[in-house]
Design a protein around this ligand. Sequence first.
Ligand code: BGC
Length: 342
Amino acid sequence: MANKASDQFILKNNNGIEITFAAHGGRLVSAIVPSAGGEKADVLVGYDTVDEALKGDLFFGALCGRYANRIVGGKFELDGETIQLDVNNGPNHLHGGNEGFNQRIWDVEEINKEGCTSAFRLTLVSPDGDQKYPGELKVNVVYSLNDNNEFKIEYEAETTKSTVINLTSHPYFNLTGDLKQSAADHLLTINANAFTPIDPKVETCNGEVAEVNGTPMDFTTEKPIREAVSSDFDQIKMVDGLDHNFVVNKEGANIARVAVLREPVSGRTLEVFTDQPGLQVYTGNHFDGSEIGKNGVPVQKYCGVALETQIFPNSPNHENYPNAVLRPGEKYKHNCIYRFGF
Ligand code: BGC
């Protein structure tokens, strides 16, 4: 039977973690995680009820696609043809268009997965021409949780025509569990020696890759996020915080640890592992308190940190960026692990 938008599902493990998601957008609506002292709290920015979530911010915790992040002008060349997607974010295409995967009702089934305490398969068939992307795309996402406190997201997709793809998940973490506290005080390490700067002319990346060394973008050793977001660095001032793709230090398709977020008071940590070449770090710069989140707390700037594993923004327009093209007969695969510590 088809799911309703508000249908919810819960992953649990034996250490007290409970992650709830909705069929609508596959949205992660809460993640209850103990602190070092054993106090449980919800570490995701979001809403108290699914009904509010369905009316509120479109991306909180959601699966984004077909192309998460931006494509300049929504335009690119594929096999000599110009593809023009919808433009839904200033001059650009963002997170798959107006009716991206975050807006779809996914089919959800509970599955048994070895080594996991809970697992669900989410599936979606995106028809040929959906949001003007070529090819019918069959998408399969597995959410699983195990007793190593690893919440894993495994993405797979296949297409009937050559197309572009970049899937991701969009939770904002606040490891204090208290949304009145700023996530800018979390400590962050990113295993990346380079990032892809934002070109103000196109409002996203233009093919450039820059070293982080000597700039506030250098998170290769742990530091408070606030040190970066309060700096005068032009890349940061331009977007009022972090909203940047980091080029993670990683060879090939192996899974590596790319980031660690740490909140010293609760003792909670979040490690991010992926096989993807990029990590978009977004500090929720556009929130201004007008959105009311969990426990009636207004959602403020820097309320949470999104750590989105993916390829690079605007990759379909730059050959030096990772390949975004998926062809019939190939399988898109992407693994992301969020491992909680406490
Ligand atoms: C992007 C931000 C955008 C946000 C929308 C993030 O992934 O990097 O620029 O405003 O999504 O929720």
